[in-house]
Design a protein around this ligand. Structure first.
Ligand code: GDP
Length: 179
């Protein structure tokens, strides 16, 4: 119906404990909780407006912990409009998981294309505090080699969490979805 805003489906994927839920919580409510809560699957729905694309209904799927449901993951990969692949800057293994997820997404989507934003979370951590992945190096791989978006953010400080979702929404081709 022409009266209702278009729906945009975002999915947030990544290894356990990289801060997927924390990023979403920060974006939605500007809060951060230290307690680690295992999420099985949570869908957040909100209305969002940008000057360029107007009002839209945004669905954000938090997949934290859902690796035990591969069929569900496959379904959401097929039906999403943009993908946030999150790693933590102190966890090189979580970046390897981002690589695997990207491969899986590209394979499942076939020719449909996959708008991917890679998110380096926990950007508040310094090298002394455990940071192992440097933004410049990851950016070269992601923006140069993969042709995907790259952002760093910190759910803890709130730094650039809006930028994460702005990058995701920028990749969605709204007019295409309306047709
Ligand atoms: P998820 O499993 O990917 O959803 O991860 P959570 O959102 O549950 O976060 C996992 C852990 O990382 C929690 O203990 C959070 O407090 C911590 N965490 C999340 N975001 C950040 C961040 O930006 N900086 C730091 N230093 N810790 C974070």
């Amino acid at each position: 119906p022409s009266g209702s805003p278009p729906t945009v489906r975002l999915v947030v994927l990544g290894a356990a404990a990289v801060g997927k839920s924390a990023l979403i919580l920060r974006f939605l409510h500007d809060r951060f909780e230290h307690k680690y809560t295992r999420t099985v699957e949570e869908l957040h729905v909100l209305e969002y407006e940008t000057p360029s694309s107007g009002k839209m209904r945004v669905e954000i799927l938090d997949t934290s912990g859902s690796y035990s449901f591969p069929a569900m993951r496959e379904l959401c990969i097929r039906h999403s409009d943009a993908f946030g692949l999150v790693y933590a800057v102190d966890d090189p293994g979580s970046f390897e998981e981002v690589r695997r997820l990207r491969d899986e997404i590209l394979e499942l989507r076939g020719g449909k294309g996959a708008p991917i934003t890679v998110v380096g979370n926990k950007a508040d951590l310094t090298v002394a505090e455990g940071r192992e992945l440097l933004a410049g190096e990851v950016m070269a791989t992601v923006e140069g080699g993969w042709d995907a978006n790259f952002v760093e953010a910190s759910a803890r400080t709130g730094g650039n969490t809006v930028g994460v979702f702005r990058a995701l929404l920028q990749q969605v081709n709204l007019p295409h979805r309306l047709s």
